[in-house]
Design a protein around this ligand. Structure first.
Ligand SMILES: C[S@@+](CC[C@H](N)C(=O)[O-])C[C@H]1O[C@@H](n2cnc3c(N)ncnc32)[C@H](O)[C@@H]1O
Length: 271
C-alpha cells in the first residue's frame, strides 16, 4: 500500500463523508413558483390592467385576479390554450374582469399604453421573434408601466448541449443568450430594474414533492438504450426533440442554464 493510501480510504468511508450526505438530505425549504406572484405584488395597484403574455389556460391570470383588484387581459396564439382559458375564466366567475385574445403578443388587439403590468412567464424562451414580442410588450404598456419576466438563460451550456437544444420544438436556442435578451429589452425601450436569480429553487421545490427530474433521468437512460429502435418507430426529429426536452430541467439543476426573473419598466419618454 502506498503511503497515505489507507488514510485516504479511511477518510472516504469515514463518518464525515456520511454526515455531509445526511446534511444534503435536509431541505433548504426552497421557494416554489408562487414566488413570482410575490414579486409581481409589489408592482400592482388596485384598478390596474395586467396583461398575461402567453397566458396558456389563464391559471396565472386568474390567480392574479384573485389576489388583486385588477382587470386582466390574456393573450396566447394557441387556439386550444385560449379555449381552455375561456372555460377556466368562466368557471372562476371572472368574465367581467378578464378579456382573452387568441393572438401573438406582437399582434394583439390591445390599445397602446393601456396596460400597467405585463406578466410574461416561461414564454420568451419560446417566441419566434424575440425583438417583436418585446416591442409588443412595450407598446401596450403605459409609460412607466412594469413588466415581470420569468425566463431561462444560457449559463454555460456546451456546444453539444446547444446543438441538442436546437432540436427542441418549443425552445428557440438563440433566445437563451443573455446578451441578446438584454439588447432586445433595451431596443424595445424596456429598462431592466432588477434581476432575481431563481437558480435551482423552484426545481428543488418540485423535486422535493413529485420528483419530475428523477423520472426524466430514467426516461433519458431508457431513450439512450433504445435509440435505434425508437428512431425507427418515431423518427429522428421526434426523438431528438424528446431527448432535448428531457435535459431542460436537468441543465437547470446543473447550473448550465439559469432561471431568472427580470423586472423591467417601460421608458417614460421613449424616442
Ligand atoms: C411554456 S408556455 C408558458 C405558458 C404560461 N405562461 C405558463 O407559465 O404556464 C409558453 C406559451 O407562450 C405562448 N406563446 C408563444 N409565442 C407567443 C407570442 N408570440 N405571443 C404570446 N404568446 C406566445 C404559447 O402558445 C404558450 O402558451
Amino acid at each position: 500500500m502506498e503511503p497515505g493510501q489507507l488514510e485516504a480510504l479511511v477518510a472516504t468511508y469515514g463518518p464525515d463523508t456520511w454526515r455531509i450526505y445526511d446534511h444534503l438530505d435536509v431541505s433548504l425549504d426552497p421557494t416554489g413558483p408562487d414566488e413570482l406572484f410575490d414579486i409581481a405584488a409589489d408592482l400592482i395597484r388596485p384598478g390596474d390592467v395586467v396583461l398575461d403574455a402567453g397566458c396558456r389556460d389563464a391559471s396565472h391570470l386568474i390567480e392574479l385576479c384573485r389576489r388583486h383588484e385588477i382587470n386582466g387581459i390574456g393573450v396566447d396564439p394557441a387556439p386550444a390554450h385560449v379555449e381552455g382559458a375561456t372555460v377556466a375564466v368562466t368557471a372562476a366567475g371572472l368574465t367581467s374582469r378578464v378579456t382573452l385574445h387568441q393572438a401573438m403578443l406582437e399582434e394583439a388587439p390591445v390599445a397602446s399604453g393601456s396596460v400597467d403590468l405585463v406578466w410574461c412567464r416561461d414564454v420568451l424562451e419560446q417566441v419566434a421573434d424575440l425583438p417583436s414580442v418585446l416591442r409588443g410588450a412595450a407598446r401596450v404598456l403605459r409609460p412607466g408601466g412594469a413588466m415581470v419576466v420569468f425566463t431561462v438563460v444560457d449559463n454555460g451550456l456546451t456546444d453539444a448541449d446547444r446543438e441538442l437544444l436546437t432540436h427542441h420544438r418549443g425552445v428557440v436556442t438563440a433566445n437563451l443568450d443573455p446578451a441578446r435578451l438584454m439588447a432586445a429589452y433595451a431596443a424595445a425601450g424596456l429598462l431592466l430594474e432588477e434581476t432575481i436569480e431563481i437558480g435551482t429553487r423552484w426545481r428543488e421545490y418540485a423535486e422535493e414533492r413529485t420528483r419530475p427530474v428523477s423520472r426524466k433521468l430514467l426516461q433519458l437512460a431508457r431513450l439512450r438504450r433504445q435509440r435505434a429502435q425508437l428512431t425507427t418507430t418515431y423518427g429522428a426529429d421526434a426523438l431528438a426533440h424528446v431527448e432535448a426536452n428531457l435535459h431542460w430541467e436537468l441543465w437547470q439543476f446543473l447550473g448550465l442554464t439559469l432561471p431568472v426573473v427580470h423586472v423591467l419598466w417601460r421608458e417614460r419618454y421613449p424616442d
